[in-house]
Design a protein around this ligand. Structure first.
Ligand code: NAP
Length: 481
């Protein structure tokens, strides 16, 4: 250490927080250093103190910042703080990292934890952690803790953010960071070398990544069917009969759009699985990757299903309020009064009663199973199920739900499929359009569960490959007897 450094350290040590004299300094192994007394630095420092670490802050202005830091911590200049601990958390924005360059000597051999995040993806040519490593090549840089917020650190780990991700080149350095994470109550996941840092830095920038595609589909379908039904139901009545029934937009139209979108999205939830099975049948093997689009589609099935459930739920609510609607009450009263005036009665129609009850009953059963699917997709519930139970509910009961909801819609159409008045301006009603996809999915599924196809697909999933018997006679034994 040069004389200048010694005198700098002396003057820095004199600028300790008043707390320093009260708290005896713990050994270096139990001490950690935090550079930066900002939001994250202070929250992290507080948590570290609470679990028993000695905390030394490194700050540009140790004098003026001493009142900000948590009680029990010390605050020193960067150089002196760096020498007090082996592990140093860098809670400073990346833009200011150049202040570390003159500290290269003090940081040699130390473990530097890069906590930084960026404002957007690819903001810099290299990851912040790699940049830090290039500035201080003598130190061991570990990326980590950046997916936590200052707020969540203060509140302690909760189930939702119990995990911290780390990466770095040195195994020892990563172990030191993991030890701190565990002591703080987190579980640490080692993601590999420092080259993974960019991926970790992108984590906090993601906004519901798996919901994006399902949400776009839901919004697109809702908008498309809303305008389609607006033209068919409202504008058609206005143009052909000069009737203004625009009030129907609020409930009637909404109550048509919701079940249509729900049924299509439920079908979209099961279609990729069916397509994947046919692809495996066609290829005769499961050892070939699915196309990227199919992979992405399969990964968002849970979100598709949950959104479909949301639309089904809205459909139920809209249906339940039908009897209290002014329009419905008015029409019912008007009809009764006119029947009394004209001294007219109607016969009870058993077929209509059967049709109405079946339609409602299938809808209720379908919705019940829908809710079951939604509940079992929650991690806290699905974690309590075995894989077999989970796949039974999601696959078998899921297809049954699709069947019940499709039958519910067919009953809604009943004999109107054949009536020419249904096709206003030669267009089919929305419920007919929405039946296409679920019918296709159910038909394909029916094909897949026929014994001969099912047997082949089961063998493929057990590892059997078409043509492998000729290539290698040893493989001709079935994998599962
Ligand atoms: P902040 O509140 O702005 O604090 C940053 C600290 O850096 C300042 O308090 C200051 O401490 C120090 N600093 C500022 N300019 C400096 C310079 N030119 N040279 C040296 N040090 C300087 O930021 P923060 O919210 O704590 O975030 C710190 C880092 O953690 C950022 O990289 C951020 O991306 C990351 N992060 C933050 C959160 C969060 O919830 N806040 C979550 C995850 C990751 P002194 O005055 O003591 O020197």
């Amino acid at each position: 250490m040069t004389g200048q450094e010694r005198s700098e350290e002396k003057s820095e040590c004199m600028s300790l927080s008043p707390m320093m004299e009260a708290v005896p300094a713990p050994p270096e192994s139990e001490r950690v250093c935090v550079f930066g007394t900002g939001d994250l630095g202070r929250s992290l420092g507080l948590r570290l103190l609470q679990v028993g670490y000695g905390v030394v802050f490194g700050s540009r202005r140790p004098h003026s910042n001493s009142s900000l830091i948590p009680h029990g911590a010390q605050v020193l200049g960067h150089a002196a703080a760096a020498q007090s601990a082996h592990l140093i958390f860098i809670a400073v924005q990346r833009e200011h990292y150049d202040f570390l360059v003159p500290l290269a000597n003090q940081l040699k051999g130390k473990v530097l934890v890069d906590l930084s995040n960026n404002l957007r993806k690819n903001q810099y040519p290299e990851a912040n952690a790699e940049y830090l490593q290039s500035l201080v090549p003598g130190a061991e840089v570990v990326k980590g803790f950046n997916t936590l917020s200052a707020w969540s650190l203060q509140n302690g780990p909760s189930d939702a953010n119990r995990q911290v991700y780390i990466c770095g080149e040195s195994v020892e350095a990563k172990q030191a960071v993991i030890a701190v994470a565990i002591k703080l109550g987190f579980s640490a996941l080692d993601r590999g070398f420092l080259s993974v840092a960019r991926e970790l830095e992108d984590f906090p920038l993601q906004l519901f990544p798996q919901w994006r595609l399902p949400l776009r589909i839901a919004i697109g379908l809702s908008a498309a069917f809303f305008f389609y039904l607006l033209i068919r139901d409202i504008i058609y009545a206005y143009v052909t009969q000069s009737k203004d029934i625009s009030f129907r937009i609020m409930v009637s139209l909404a109550n048509k759009v919701c079940p249509i979108v729900s049924l299509i999205m439920l079908s979209l939830c099961y279609l990729p699985g069916v397509l994947a099975s046919f692809l495996q049948l066609y290829r005769g093997t499961k050892y070939r990757r699915f196309p990227d689009w199919l992979d992405r589609w399969m990964l968002c099935r849970k979100q598709l299903g949950l959104l479909a459930l949301g639309f089904a739920f809205l459909h139920v609510l809209y249906t339940l309020i039908i009897p209290i609607r002014y329009y419905v009450r008015f029409k019912a009263t008007e009809r009764t009064v006119s029947m009394i005036r004209e001294n007219r009665t109607t016969e009870f129609d058993t077929t209509t009663a059967w049709r109405g009850d079946s339609y409602l009953s299938l809808g209720i059963l379908g919705f019940g199973l829908y809710v079951l699917l939604g509940i079992t997709s929650l991690p806290s519930v699905s974690n309590a199920l075995s894989w077999r139970e989970f796949s039974f509910i999601q696959s078998k009961l899921g297809h049954l739900t699709l069947l019940l909801c499709t039958a519910h819609t067919y009953l809604y159409g009943w004999n109107r499929f054949l009536s020419s008045s249904t096709y206003k301006w030669y267009t089919p009603p929305g419920y007919m359009l929405c039946l296409v996809l679920p019918s296709v999915v159910l038909l394909l599924k029916l094909l897949l569960i026929t014994p001969c196809v099912d047997r082949t697909i089961t063998r493929i999933r057990q590892g059997w490959e078409r043509g492998a018997d000729q290539r290698n006679p040893k493989d001709s034994q079935p994998l599962i007897p």
